[in-house]
Ligand binder design. Structure first.
Ligand code: GUN
Length: 289
């Protein structure tokens, strides 16, 4: 069994990005600039955005954090998106999700200029990705295909099971694994209405778990020699931690790991790769398609 070190891979990629930024700026080019919009004080979102700002520093990017309280109106947020769309210094920006219930998330996403949508959530980017055109690809799925590639994990012709069908992870993940230039795999997407998830998983060469159910994937669901990618990051209470919680993956790691050829840990697997893919997308936005 080989542990896939997402943290080390992400650090290496950020160092590569920083080198590229240095040479862009040495040639008189513009410093890439990522802006992030954060609404409210959700602990998870605060941490993610803080880590994105730190990653920008590592990559040599400029970053701007724009904060609003929970009671921000939809119109105020739309006006902020419009300002960022028109700000020539900002190459790309994200609006951290989830947003408060009184705000229509989809409306906000669709207001973002797709050429600055480094999260890859805009329907234009989703559509372009699905037919293999230049676009911004959602950061978590992009991070996962990057990890598979860096670890030389064969995907072509393999049976890949994606657990979960979210717009942010499950759907784009399935698309990438199916596409020629990324996965070239035979893909099955499982969700809450799948008749026999255990059976589908047992037949898989590659399992990508993104359902947000702690310890859902157990040893009896995994074929000997399978590759297991764990996207889960549920915060579960843990009195032994200073923070009072720990991040729990979708995979019961201790019992599944011995059966795998490769597996990602939580934390330190997919999470750091998500942020580094956002940096890659931002560099791409700065360079132009
Ligand atoms: N919330 C959880 N993941 C993400 C992400 O990748 N981007 C944004 N904007 N919000 C998120």
């Amino acid at each position: 069994m080989q542990l896939i070190d997402g943290k080390a891979t992400a650090e290496a990629i950020k160092a590569e990005i920083a080198e590229e930024v240095k040479s862009i700026m040495a040639a008189g080019g513009k410093q890439p600039h990522l802006a992030a919009v954060l609404v409210g004080h959700d602990g998870g979102s605060e941490t993610y955005v803080k880590n994105k700002v730190i990653a920008c520093e590592k990559c040599g990017f400029k970053s701007t954090l724009i904060r609003y309280e929970d009671d921000v109106t939809e119109d105020e947020l739309l006006a902020c998106v419009e300002r960022l769309n028109n700000d020539n210094d900002v190459d790309g920006f994200i609006v951290q999700l989830p947003l408060p219930r009184h705000i229509d998330e989809q409306k906000i996403i669709e207001a973002i200029d797709y050429r600055k949508d480094v999260d890859g959530f805009h329907p234009i980017n989703v559509g372009r990705m699905s037919i293999g055109l230049p676009c911004f690809i959602s950061a978590t799925p992009l991070g996962i295909v990057t990890l598979l590639k860096r670890y030389n994990i064969e995907t072509a012709g393999k049976k890949c099971v994606v657990l979960g069908r979210s717009n942010i992870v499950g759907k784009p993940m399935a698309q990438l694994m199916m596409q020629k230039q990324y996965g070239d795999a035979t893909v099955t997407v499982c969700h809450s209405h799948t008749a026999d998830i255990k059976k589908e998983c047992r037949e898989a060469d590659i399992i990508i778990a993104a359902i947000g159910k702690p310890d859902f994937v157990t040893a009896d669901m995994v074929k000997e020699g399978a590759v297991v990618i764990d996207v889960g990051t549920t915060r579960v209470p843990d009195a032994t931690r200073k923070s009072g919680f720990r991040l729990n993956g979708d995979v019961k790691f201790d019992e599944v790991a011995p059966k795998c050829s490769f597996i990602t840990p939580v934390p330190g697997g997919v999470g750091p790769m998500t942020i580094c893919s956002l940096m890659k997308n931002t560099l791409q936005a700065a360079k132009g398609w």
